[in-house]
Design a protein around this ligand. Structure first.
Ligand code: SF4
Ligand code: SF4
Length: 436
């Protein structure tokens, strides 16, 4: 099959595990834990205190600068405002709400007329006020990204590649609400005014492709690109290269080559925010892996603890080795299953063994396989060696900071070297060396 970007791998995708159940269940927690940091940037300050009654959709945290608000995902009483465990491994200030299951909600400020006729400031304000971030995992504030694309971008890309194994949350959206994705694209198209708008889907999502194609006659200026399945096609740089043959320079943003990439779940959220007036209070989450009894997708209220979701999906097998927030390649292993679903949580993955697990006595065989699969054209074997030698200068010279931690090298390494962990430590070494 034709390769559209350098390197990459073909892991076992295991996506069928979670796609069988179509009418998915809604999950509301008894206790919702809503971290004030669910985006890249400055954390929100809590706007409510213990004892306050809150409505679903009410703003409970906000801040200035690179910051978007957090909203209550259930109605009920605030029972704590305190640091709680977060999927990022830190303790993060959180508003904790006891759900009264009345689901009393704010009245959304929907709109009549065409959203495409709104001026850019109004659209950006609505996106910000709805708390929208990149929902594919990046969590960058949506209004800031859209603002940065205006006047600089000729290609708007909807990313529906979902190339990580097991995860099917975006695939669910493609199949069930393709209209919302395309509507969100039309809204951003109207303010960014790109020459080209394209939705990119890997060819292992046949039903999703069919669902989008069926609606494209009503969206004549949006095209679909069906790409050969290959990990990590969903990474921004690889996707841009596959669609436009442009290469984003090291350290630069997609806008530097005239592109803006938003995940399809972000477009659906933009549709609900701008046309219907709903802030983000829920999202689709895939709960999957060999270690969970009933893998499936759920519509999950933000703040739902992982252990609630796992229980609803039938619980864990006895031999479960790890639970990951995200996919097996780039996700983050979780020790504490009280961590909540946040805006960027697309998956809770429960595995019997770690696909990128390191050997007890890892040895480099100098086979060069890691070099042949690295989509960033790095030399992982040397990066490993220089990190072990504590040589920050060589790590910089060999461009470690360009590593996007995709895990392709570790996946393919016959010596089972803990490459990604080592690279994370190497980046820390570089940062510390530059601070001296
Ligand atoms: S794939 Fe692994 S064993 Fe082979 S050269 Fe790279 S680091 Fe060494
Ligand atoms: S983890 Fe880094 S070094 Fe390894 S393949 Fe991905 S980009 Fe290359």
């Amino acid at each position: 099959m034709k390769r559209l970007f350098f390197g990459g791998i073909h892991p076992k995708y295991n996506k069928e595990m979670s796609t069988e159940i179509i009418n998915i269940q809604k999950v509301l927690p008894k206790i919702a834990v809503l971290p004030m940091q669910q985006h890249i940037g400055a954390p929100c300050k809590p706007l409510v205190g213990v004892g306050d009654y809150v409505l679903r959709g009410q703003k409970i945290g906000d801040g200035e600068g690179l910051c978007v608000p957090v909203h209550a995902s259930v109605s009920g009483k605030v029972i704590a405002v305190e640091p709680r465990p977060h999927t990022n491994g830190a303790m993060v200030m959180s508003v904790v709400i006891e759900n009264d299951f009345l689901d009393a909600s704010i009245v959304p400020e929907g709109m009549t007329g065409a959203a495409e006729a709104l001026d850019a400031d109004t659209v950006l304000h609505k996106i910000r006020e709805a708390g929208i971030v990149g929902m594919g995992g990046a969590a960058f504030p949506g209004n800031i990204k859209a603002l940065g694309a205006m006047g600089r971008v000729d290609t708007l890309i909807a990313n529906a590649c979902e190339c990580e194994p097991y995860i099917t949350a975006d695939d669910y959206l493609l199949r069930r609400t393709p209209d919302q994705i395309l509507s969100g694209m039309e809204i951003l198209k109207a303010i960014i005014k790109p020459a080209r708008a394209v939705i990119a889907i890997e060819d292992n999502k046949k039903e999703g492709v069919k669902a989008i194609k069926a609606l494209l006659k009503d969206h004549p200026s949006i095209e679909i690109a069906v790409l050969p399945t290959r990990y990590p096609q969903g990474s921004e740089k690889q996707l841009i290269q596959a669609l436009t043959k442009r290469q984003v320079p090291a350290g630069a943003l997609p806008a530097s080559v005239g592109c803006a990439v938003f995940n399809v779940a972000t477009f659906a959220a933009i549709h609900r925010a701008v046309r219907l007036g709903y802030p983000i209070t829920q999202r689709i989450v895939t709960v999957s892996g060999e270690a969970i009894h009933m893998p499936q997708n759920f519509i999950v209220r933000l703040g739902t603890p992982f252990h609630d979701l796992i229980e609803i999906a039938g619980g864990l097998h006895d031999r479960t080795e790890r639970v990951i927030s995200g996919g097996p390649m780039m996700g983050v292993a979780q020790k504490d299953l009280s961590v909540p679903v946040v805006k960027a949580t697309n998956s809770v993955l429960c595995l019997l063994k770690d696909v990128n697990g390191a050997a007890e006595n890892p040895v480099c065989l100098r086979c060069g396989k890691c070099v042949s699969v690295c989509p960033m054209k790095l030399q992982p074997l040397y990066l490993y060696r220089y990190q072990k030698a504590g040589d920050a200068e060589k790590l910089i010279r060999y461009n470690l900071m360009d590593c996007m931690e995709c895990g392709s090298c570790a996946f393919t390494c016959p010596g089972k070297l803990p490459l990604v962990e080592t690279f994370r430590m190497g980046k820390k070494m570089i940062r510390e060396a530059s601070e001296k």
